[in-house]
Design a protein around this ligand. Sequence first.
Ligand code: SDX
Length: 357
Amino acid sequence: LAQYSDFVETAYLIIHGELPNAKQRRHFGDLLRLHSPVHSAMDHLFEGFPLGSHPMAILSALLNSLGCYYPHLATNRVQEDLANFEEASAIAISKVRTIAAMSYRKSRGLPYIYPKRTLPYCENFLHMMFSQPYEDYVCTPEVAQALNLFLLLHADHEQNCSTSTVRMVGSSAANMFTSISAGISALSGPLHGGANTAVMGMLQAIHDEGDDGTRFIAAAKSGSKSNRLMGFGHAVYKNFDPRARIIGEACDIVLKRLGIDDPLLHIAKTLEQAALKDDYFVSRKLYPNVDFYSGIIMRALGIPMNMFTTMFAIGRTPGYISNWREVASNPKGRIYRPRQIYVGATKRDYVPMVQRH
Ligand code: SDX
């Protein structure tokens, strides 16, 4: 898929289980273009956020609000919501991108740029991000290809923290928009989708200190969660995350094509080599994950660092949608209720206030 496909085609595959034929691909693209604008009243929601609001907080809130603008798609009556799945999923995939671009424009005090129905998915996103009212952004094929690759590599990934959150919320018969909103909240954590931003912060700090990464590796070996080598390790991959390898290779190609020599890429490679020779990481099977190099590509595309996790959310939306439908359409589905081993206090009598010390 990374070699031959693009994000929209991969999204179709993840949602429908098969690659689209030409007619299906055309129809899916038409739906995404049709739903690219957001309801004009949504502008007021943006106005309510203080400057500096994190784009992921905005994205989660506004994805949830889609159910208010499209109540017929978010009835919380599973059969009805499943009957409208095609429209709801196209709205989610198309509008998550528009909302992300609008949150960027708002954060820069720039006017919103309306989507163009003539543009493909990625080109339209970059248009909404970087065009000006007086001048259109010109997207090169290399940039569009790099963004497609980034998004499709993030499109789905088993029962990761945020996808499991979507399933948990969906198991209560909550609608797709609400469930995806919960997933986006889970994704924002620095140990999950927030890691791509944390990686770039780490690389920038190493660059600014003129460090060769030794200090960060030493701190990461302390074992404390707050000092971890961001972009390394994985809950299930105990070897190289295949996505990290593809993105790492793409970094060289994209930056060369764009004529960019990013010192952070050299630092990342030095850090990777040092960690891969260090027994602490090798013995714990800690290798680069999808987040280790992804920030380098996004930086090359001009995406600001505080939008990196939002880009992950755009890419992961097809996976959230597909998992929501799997839960919603399970005829034997039950509400999720993780088992627990209670280790708290045993029976205790109520102590009146006067006797408490
Ligand atoms: C994503 O699940 C998915 O699929 C997620 C994802 C997706 O596509 O949805 O792939 C996307 O979230 C990728 C991961 C992005 N996060 C980071 O890069 C943050 C840094 N990584 C870690 O915080 C950590 O590796 C996790 C959160 C990814 C995994 O955590 P686990 O499963 O709890 O790891 P673990 O505790 O089993 O680690 C085992 C050991 C521990 O040390 P010991 O207690 O054995 O001494 O390895 C250590 C950990 O302290 N360790 C690290 C480390 N990751 C684990 N030590 C230093 N740096 C790290 N990055």
